[in-house]
Design a protein around this ligand. Structure first.
Ligand code: UDP
Length: 236
C-alpha cells in the first residue's frame, strides 16, 4: 500500500476507517535538515515503544494525544488529525541550534523554559517564527498559538518530572500538534516523542542519550536509545 505521507522518520497510511491512520516508524535517521542520513536497525521499534510509553504517561496527566492503539513493534494507530504546520520547541538547557544562533556554550540552564515556534517546512529548513508570522501565514491563530505554548509548557513540566525519575535531564524537545476533525475540533499532541525529538542527558554523568550521538558522531546511537527505553519502561 502506498503511504498517504512519507516523512523523514515515519510513514502514514490510511486504514478502513477514515478517522484513523496507521503510523509506521522507520529505521532511517536524518540530521541537519536531512543533509546527514543513516539507517539504524531497531530505531523504528525503539522510537515506537518510547513514544507509546510517553503518550500513555502524558494521557494519565491529562494531556490529550492522537494515539489510539499499538498494532505491532513499529506501527501505531492514531487519530486522523490536521497537523499544524508549527513545530513547538521547548528548551530548559542551551543546546543545538540555540547555541549556534546565540553564540553561547552548551549547558547553560535557563531560569524558565524558552518556547520557540518554527514553520514546519523541510524546503525552508524549519525557520524560526513567532505568533505574528503564524497568524499572517495562516499557520495558527493567536488563540491557537497561546494554546500551543500553554500545552507545550505543561508537557515540559510533566516530562521533566518523569525523566528525572528515570535519571535523565530533559534538555529540550520538539513537539507537534494536530486539530481533530470532529465538530468540536480540539488541539492534541501528535507525531512522536523520542530521542530523535528530545535531548536527554544522564543526570549523573551528563552522557548524551539522544540523536546528538548521531549528529556529533559520538557512536553508540542505538545503545543510547535502548537505554532510554529501558529507563522509561522501568518507571512507567
Ligand atoms: N528537533 C526535532 N526536529 C526538528 C528540529 C528540532 O525533533 O526539525 C528537536 C531536537 O532533537 C532537539 C530540539 O528539537 O531536541 C531542539 O532542536 P534545535 O532547535 O536545537 O535544532 P537542531 O540541533 O536539531 O538543529
Amino acid at each position: 500500500m502506498e503511504p498517504l505521507y512519507e516523512g523523514k522518520a515515519k510513514r502514514l497510511y490510511t486504514t478502513d476507517d477514515p478517522n484513523v491512520l496507521r503510523m509506521e516508524y522507520k529505521d532511517e535517521a536524518t540530521a541537519f535538515n536531512a543533509e546527514k542520513k543513516a539507517e539504524f536497525a531497531n530505531k523504528g521499534r525503539l522510537n515506537t515503544a518510547i513514544t507509546l510509553a510517553m503518550y500513555r504517561m502524558l494521557e494519565t496527566k491529562g494531556v490529550e494525544t492522537h494515539l489510539l492503539s499499538q498494532i505491532d513493534e513499529v506501527n501505531l494507530l492514531v487519530k486522523n488529525v490536521d497537523i499544524l504546520m508549527v513545530e513547538v520547541i521547548v528548551r530548559n538547557i542551551a543546546a543545538g541550534s540555540f547555541c549556534k544562533r546565540m553564540g553561547v556554550e552548551e549547558g547553560i540552564v535557563f531560569n524558565q523554559p524558552i518556547v520557540e515556534f518554527s514553520y514546519k517546512s523541510d524546503e525552508l529548513g524549519d525557520p524560526l517564527i513567532n505568533d505574528d508570522y503564524a497568524r499572517e501565514l495562516d499557520l495558527a491563530t493567536p488563540d491557537e498559538c497561546a494554546e500551543l505554548k500553554r500545552k507545550a509548557l505543561i508537557v515540559n513540566d510533566v516530562m521533566i518530572d518523569f525523566f528525572k525519575r528515570a535519571g535523565l535531564k530533559l534538555v529540550d524537545f520538539k513537539i507537534e500538534f494536530g486539530r481533530t476533525k470532529d465538530a468540536d475540533a480540539k488541539i492534541v499532541l501528535a507525531d512522536e516523542i523520542s530521542p530523535d525529538t528530545c535531548r536527554l542527558w544522564d543526570i549523573e554523568t551528563g552522557k548524551k542519550l539522544d540523536k546528538d550521538r548521531f549528529r556529533q558522531d559520538l557512536g553508540g546511537v542505538m545503545e543510547a536509545y535502548e537505554e532510554v527505553l529501558k529507563r522509561v519502561e522501568g518507571i512507567s
